[in-house]
Write a protein that binds this ligand. Sequence first.
Ligand code: IFM
Length: 471
Amino acid sequence: MANDASAVFDTLSPAVSRGSLADSFTPPADSTLWRKNFLLGAATASYQIEGAVNEDGRLPSIWDTFSAIPGKVLAGDTGAVACDHYHRWEADVEMLASLGLEGYRLSIAWPRVMDAAGVPNRKGLDFYKRLLNRLKEKGITTFVTLYHWDLPQHLEDRGGWLNRDTAYRFADYADLMSRELAGTVDAWATLNEPWCSAYLGYGNGHHAPGLANDRFATQAMHHLLLAHGLAMPVLRANDPASEKGIVANIGRGTPNSDSAADQRAAHLFEVQHNAWILDPLLKGSYPQDLFELWPGTEPLVLDGDMQTISARLDFLGINYYFRTNVASDGAHGFRDVPLEGVERTQMGWEVYPDGLRDLLTGFKKTYHNLPPIYITENGMASDDQVTDGHVEDTQRISFLKRHLAAVDQAIKAGVDIRGYFLWSLMDNFEWAFGYERRFGVVHVDYSTQKRTIKRSAELVAKFLKERKARA
Ligand code: IFM
């Protein structure tokens, strides 16, 4: 089904290609997105928006350390101030509610809520309590991620995710948070994108803590997944009414040619991007092909670990952004072969909505126990400018519409998808790319902290209003 989602978009939305954006977000009448129980929300993460890194007893995280090292983050940016959400959270919740967004996915900064001895930090906890209570007052469904990459530095000093003990410390943290916040969280996600934590953090060093060794990556992944598995029963015991799951970023790999070698390369790309995480969670084992790609990197796995990791999930969060076109590297791996003449975003990522649909329908075939899915992140960066108080983010509108069409197609093909979160509510600290890359549906002027609703957010809000009226 090549490029179907794009084709649907093109036929349905000639207005966008003509440059007139009026009403261009509205999905077709038969779209499953009109179902009122299909949750539409927006997502953020603590280090990317909160700022206030030295306030109210927050301890340093690995991202404070990493971003302070010259050359690690574009323009030397750090999350020290970010969107100043720690101080502006009330206005930000008002803004979210004013857009009619039904769900909000946020993350908790582990270094804000407990110290190195595990003693709770009341001030940090109170911040999240106030925030979650306000969201509930507004009728917003709350998805809370426990770990979106801001590991306390004191744990990294003891080996971070290379140290098995970090998994047990994570379970303690999950215990504290679920006892403190039970009743205000609709869905808990243990980890965000363990692929990024393990591979970018320990495999190629592009993210904190900046280590680069394939063997480290597989061991870090094992401890991350173990942390997830240890936390699940704790969350279930402390907050039985909520849903519990994990969030994985998935990647589409396509072969550069029909040759068997390139087909194999695309398969291996997806093994390391998807099966490395989903197989242990849903099959209780690591894919053996992974160790063909990275020979000699088998992690140390203790008896019972795989059972712990593969505990039942209430939901699986899926983050999707782009595809990677690959060819054989002539040995046992793959190499990227960027395609010419394709649409790309400010990140240089190819816009490829069909990849989302194809991966979702593929997972349904591969994993007989695939849990209900939420698309917990999808969106794009563009170099958005405020002109006369407005931001016309035309490419984003088109991007979102095409990806939502892909989600609709996957639902119609039988995948149980229950919601979709825009990444991101507002422009924020984009990790190694600092503040240059703007993913928000709300623009942030970092010199004044002024928020400006982009055209994409207006159109999503308009659709949500119409859907509510019809219901
Ligand atoms: O900004 C990130 C987010 O923190 C995790 N998923 C991908 C986004 C865009 O790169």
